[in-house]
Design a protein around this ligand. Structure first.
Ligand SMILES: Nc1ncnc2c1ncn2[C@@H]1O[C@H](COP(=O)(O)OP(=O)(O)OP(=O)(O)O)[C@@H](O)[C@H]1O
Ligand SMILES: [Mg+2]
Length: 387
């Protein structure tokens, strides 16, 4: 702000006197002889202080004072009032004047009051700036707080997810413990049953009805055996040797096995393999299990036809696998449970399929993600580090 002072008075003598006095004191002085001129000057010059005569020909002093205070808050006002009118003095102070001085004024008195008001003005403006700065800083702190809260929330979500994964791993581990022992114990007597069944077959060759019973029996024994095998696989006790595996070869081999089902259900296949995909280091049988379980689940949902999408791609040193179907989808309430061992919605399901897939994905430092919309279908996304 400049050191400008505007003097507003219709008495030329007073204007000139004040101008002389203040100019010699080093102030830059502007003058106005009417309320109208006062406002024009205020707008173009923005003085720090106005000496404003209460009795102007064209304006009511009080209204003008209020206008100045409202529209030019950085311009302070000293009112010039007539002698002996204390009521007016009180009124103008209430209306926002910084001081008042009655005419005729003494020179030193005028100077003292002006200096005093200018000092107060400097302090007040400085205070206002400090307050503004404080508010800005408070705003900034609030913004930091919000950011911090968001980061904490994101970390908590990550933690929750990690916790869920640990739980899942524990479930698989305890399943593994139980399964390995049980499957082992059960498979021994099962082998004996199977052996005696086989021995009965030639004996009953002449009796097709009884032979049929034995074959049913052997069929069920096989089913139990394959369930136990799945359980063993899911429990992670059967890791074979690893070698370089090209996923597209595995996908093609597994798909060939499902061809009859794809044909008979009228399922369209959309296979999309990125060229030059690197191999991964894995047990090929385990990789096969991933695809055969995902395909079996997808096909199960599309008995009335649909589209099975398989995409293999590479990105940033990782291999990505996507398996999509256009089946019934997974209801939201089931989503958190589908990787649980024993969770199944199928009358003859074991509920081991996806827990096996998850176990294998984890074995190879991979991630698996499922998205599903009821009625729209399901998408499984897996990624592995390339070897
Ligand atoms: N593509 C899919 N679409 C809809 N639901 C699915 C899909 N894949 C899995 N599910 C759901 O997840 C459950 C668990 O699947 P998982 O493969 O572990 O066992 P299952 O298929 O029921 O049994 P099994 O694999 O022994 O046949 C299924 O019962 C089904 O409810
Ligand atoms: Mg399954």
């Amino acid at each position: 702000m400049s050191g400008k002072i505007l003097i507003v008075d219709d008495e030329v003598l007073i204007l000139e006197l004040a101008r002389l006095l203040l100019t010699t004191r080093g102030y830059e002085v502007l003058t106005a002889a009417s309320g109208e001129e006062c406002l024009t000057r205020l707008r173009s010059e923005r003085p720090c202080l106005v000496l404003l005569d209460y009795m102007l020909p064209d304006r009511d002093g009080m209204t003008l004072l209020q206008t100045v205070r409202r529209d030019f808050p950085d311009t302070y006002v000293i009112m010039l009032t007539g002698q002996g009118n204390e009521t007016i003095a009180v009124e103008v102070m209430k209306a926002g004047a910084a001081d008042y001085i009655s005419k005729p004024f003494g020179n030193q008195d005028l100077i003292d009051r002006i200096e005093n008001v200018l000092r107060i003005r400097r302090i007040e403006i400085h205070n206002r700036e400090l307050r503004r700065e404080r508010e800005r800083l408070l705003g900034e702190i609030e913004e930091w707080n919000r950011e911090l809260e968001q980061r904490v929330a994101a970390k908590s979500r990550e933690l929750e997810k990690a916790h869920a994964e640990v739980l899942q791993a524990e479930k698989l581990a305890s399943l593994g413990h139980l399964a390995a022992g049980m499957a082992h114990e059960i498979r021994n007597p099962l082998n004996v049953i199977s052996l005696f069944g086989q021995m009965l077959k030639p004996v009953l060759a002449e009796d097709p009805e009884k032979l049929g019973y034995v074959e049913r029996l052997l069929g069920e024994v096989d089913r139990i055996d394959s369930i136990l095998m799945k359980l063993l696989l899911a429990s992670g006790r059967s890791r074979g040797t690893t070698r370089e595996v090209f996923l597209q070869n595995v996908v093609e081999a597994v798909l060939a096995g499902f061809e009859p089902q794809l044909d008979s259900f009228g399922i369209e296949l959309e296979l999309d393999v990125e060229a030059g995909l690197p191999p991964m280091q894995a047990d090929p049988e385990e990789v096969e299990q991933i695809f055969s379980n995902l395909f079996a689940n997808a096909i199960y949902e599309m008995k009335e036809g649909g589209r099975l999408g398989v995409r293999l791609s590479g990105e940033g040193g990782r291999i990505r696998i996507q398996v999509r179907d256009t089946g019934q989808g997974i209801p939201a309430e089931n989503l958190p449970r589908i990787f649980d061992p024993f969770f199944t919605t199928k009358p003859r399901g074991t509920g081991f399929g996806l827990s096996l897939v998850l176990r294998i994905v984890k074995t190879y430092q991979g991630h698996i993600k499922v998205t599903s919309d009821t009625g729209q279908g399901t998408v499984f996304d897996i990624d592995f580090p390339a070897s």
